[in-house]
Design a protein around this ligand. Sequence first.
Ligand SMILES: NC(=O)C1=CN([C@@H]2O[C@H](COP(=O)(O)OP(=O)(O)OC[C@H]3O[C@@H](n4cnc5c(N)ncnc54)[C@H](O)[C@@H]3O)[C@@H](O)[C@H]2O)C=CC1
Ligand SMILES: CC(C)CC(=O)C(=O)O
Length: 368
Amino acid sequence: MELFAAMERDDYEELLFCQDKASGLKAIIAIHDTTLGPALGGTRMWTYASEEEAIVDALRLAKGMTYKNAISGLNLGGGKTVIIGDPKKDKNEAMLRAFGRYIQGLNGRYITAEDVGTTEEDMNIIYQETDYVTGTSPSYGSSGNPSPATAYGVYMGMKAAAKVAFGSDLLEGKTVAVQGVGNVAYTLCKYLHDEGAQLIVTDINKEAVNRAVEAFGATAVDPADIVGVNCDIYAPCALGATINDVSLPLLKAKVVAGAANNQLKEPRHGDILHQMGIVYAPDYVINAGGVINIADELNGYNKERALKQVAKIYDSITRVLEISSTSGIPSYAAADHLAQERIASIQNSRSTFLQNGNHALSRRNLRG
Ligand SMILES: NC(=O)C1=CN([C@@H]2O[C@H](COP(=O)(O)OP(=O)(O)OC[C@H]3O[C@@H](n4cnc5c(N)ncnc54)[C@H](O)[C@@H]3O)[C@@H](O)[C@H]2O)C=CC1
Ligand SMILES: CC(C)CC(=O)C(=O)O
């Protein structure tokens, strides 16, 4: 893989490879863009088939965070980490602490949190080594695991998409097919069940499926069958790239709205969804609840204030779908325009001189 070419394509700032032989740490921190502020994005631990697959995932996820944070109105840039390994077998305290020291070395350019394969307890361990970690336990004054806030945002965004597709945002009586019933999707299923939606679920983890069947009376199907089931709404809530050439012809839903990052394998799959008349709630808009919640931590966490912000995902999805409809462009493209516009407007605003610690004048004053 040509690393610099890959970074140049989407103008990444930095790619950091972190290795610690004793603990087994092999991590990749990708920082895409810090125009709006420090890069904030979670740490994913996964058993990648190859180092290249891990790098590509880190890069794609980091760029997604830049756009997510921008469109959500946050003063944060985009970054993400992947740790190569099986979170059930390979994770250990020394590894997380070694990783924490790498984050500390970035001196605030990157702030981490949970993603697939990492937990609130892991963030508490990382916190032993760095200040630049969020999603630690509430006892540390933090907002805790971001998944419930993410689920709430997905629920609100799904309602907004349903309004466009079905003329009403009521989900009662609608059938929702959920791919992956992990941390986010379990809470999402609770919201949907409470509103009277019917659930069809799948997961590669049997326990996760059983939990949703028992709690919400969901119907379970095999992972290979979920995309083709008869349903009104399809909610991808596992890993990325599941909207692709294989899944698209099978899709029967009128709406795609779920928590997973990077749902479209390639942008052209978003074009196909648009041509098929399927209402697609762009992933990084609908799943921003976790980062919106966590961003509130940086000002001293207030749950009520944070969840009010998360609820606005309903308006963000409505706006994106309106632009898509009036401009005749796919919804993912409408979202990209809005995110790019915000970054450009900050980048292009007049840069008036402000004396700060980094300027030569201040350094001279400090030296006396
Ligand atoms: N946790 C959060 O706050 C946020 C999560 N996301 C994204 O949402 C998605 C889910 O995240 P979490 O719920 O936190 O992760 P999780 O690890 O708790 O849940 C993912 C679930 O998907 C299942 N899965 C994996 N591959 C599958 C497949 N091929 N078919 C069916 N099931 C499969 C896993 O067994 C697991 O139960 C991820 O893409 C994540 O990046 C996005 C924004 C925030
Ligand atoms: C705070 C995290 C939930 C942010 C993140 O990594 C994401 O939104 O994917």
